[in-house]
Ligand binder design. Sequence first.
Ligand SMILES: NC(=O)c1ccc[n+]([C@@H]2O[C@H](COP(=O)([O-])OP(=O)(O)OC[C@H]3O[C@@H](n4cnc5c(N)ncnc54)[C@H](O)[C@@H]3O)[C@@H](O)[C@H]2O)c1
Ligand SMILES: O=c1ccn([C@@H]2O[C@H](COP(=O)(O)OP(=O)(O)O[C@H]3O[C@H](CO)[C@@H](O)[C@H](O)[C@H]3O)[C@@H](O)[C@H]2O)c(=O)[nH]1
Length: 448
Amino acid sequence: MKLAIVGTGYVGLVTGVCLASIGHSVVCVDVDREKVAQLQGGRVPFFEPGLDELLQEQVHAKRLSFTIHHEAAFDQAEVIIIAVGTPQGIDGLPDLRALIEVARNIGRTVNHDVIVVIKSTVPVGTNHFLSQIIAEEQCHPVSIQMASNPEFLREGSAVYDTFHGDRIVIGAAGEGVANTLEALYRPLHIPFLHTDIRSAEMIKYASNAFLATKISFINEIANLCERLGATIEDVARGMGMDQRIGEKFLRAGIGYGGSCFPKDVKALMGMAELSDYTFQILQAVERVNRMQQLRLVEKAEKRLGDLRGQRIALLGLSFKPDTDDMREAPSLAIADALLKRGAQVVGYDPVSMENARNFLPAQIELCESAEQALEGVDAAFLLTEWIEFTMPVFALLLQRMKVSVVFDGRNCLDAPALARLGIEYHPIGRGIDAQLVTTSFQEKGREP
Ligand SMILES: NC(=O)c1ccc[n+]([C@@H]2O[C@H](COP(=O)([O-])OP(=O)(O)OC[C@H]3O[C@@H](n4cnc5c(N)ncnc54)[C@H](O)[C@@H]3O)[C@@H](O)[C@H]2O)c1
Ligand SMILES: O=c1ccn([C@@H]2O[C@H](COP(=O)(O)OP(=O)(O)O[C@H]3O[C@H](CO)[C@@H](O)[C@H](O)[C@H]3O)[C@@H](O)[C@H]2O)c(=O)[nH]1
């Protein structure tokens, strides 16, 4: 099938490359000239495991090409997949300007029958809204049919997720459109779910909001484990073994970040508000997440006292491992809170140093290696569970650099190994002194 993909970000590029690899002929278009030039040169403009090799293979096989010209991409395309950004707008709802521009371009340019698929995450009703814009701009008497096909890939495992997704959701008004899209994705052997367009749009937000809820929930349980002398990993394992709960997304830590959860939770609350409905659970999910991002700072203040002048290393800056994406990374809120308290902050990330420079305040010293970042620090904060930090050799590095206190926001370090090396370790959600807990219950006149 001949496809045009609009937007070559994490979603558009991965989708384009993967669809080319199952035999489709794909032209990707983006307004960012520099990005397109890099892609034409065979280079992926961001870090995503496995994408470079696959991209080069598909370009070489002449199934994949890149352009800045919409008309060239749309020419002969049977399906146009839109994957441009929908960042958070001023009112909490997504900013749809890029999508509107693409819809206008489609209306003005397309001179043959086509299916337009919205893959970007968009508020319920956006497909309908965009189809009106296309119709208003339409210059040729052709059939332009819309479909919603939300994307569920995760950054850092985007290629794997595209080939091994749990479901492909196709929201369409007619059977013809749904059948064409099913044929497009059939080689992936992923189960399909056919719905109406609005339900497909809602599935995306409901899924992300539910996952964010799971994270805030387990983080609150972790906070309680600390106070009641339980261990969050054991608790999460015990919960996850119940298949109705499931083991995934129960990792406690310093909260969720990234370009999706924070923005999509806000958007769903915004949609609720516009419908005169208050989404109370999500208000709490957001509040808990904001609080959770600062847990390590609180712990450090409790342990080290006034943080003014104390030198603190932030290890891992991206919002999760295996990506260089810094959007809404917890490291940003943590760096900010430490600076406000007068700490001297240094940072290191194995991959996202270039992006980190653009996102973090200039006062933060960025280092070329973990070793450099750990030089003379009073404490280290582990913020992203990159594999290099979880290797046994990293604990030895901490010892060699004479780091005496470590606050682990991802519970990814080996506590007994650190104890053997004489390093004080503060993870999230592991109650350390159940005796204290008993005392406090008794003080309140209650037997635990
Ligand atoms: N990043 C993810 O993991 C992920 C996963 C699922 C869904 N989503 C959703 O998919 C959408 C895209 O996300 P992303 O992270 O890939 O965004 P991104 O910011 O990485 O990329 C968006 C791309 O669109 C391009 N663009 C903007 N206006 C354009 C136009 N008029 N014509 C052509 N290209 C244009 C930009 O230059 C950019 O390259 C968003 O709605 C997001 O919520 C993202
Ligand atoms: O148990 C967990 C799982 C995740 N996280 C955090 O949650 C955030 C998001 O992680 P993840 O979901 O793995 O990454 P994303 O790339 O943001 O992917 C989410 O957002 C995408 C964009 O909408 C969706 O497509 C994906 O299905 C959805 O998982 C990160 O900060 C993680 O550290 C936790 O704190 N605990």
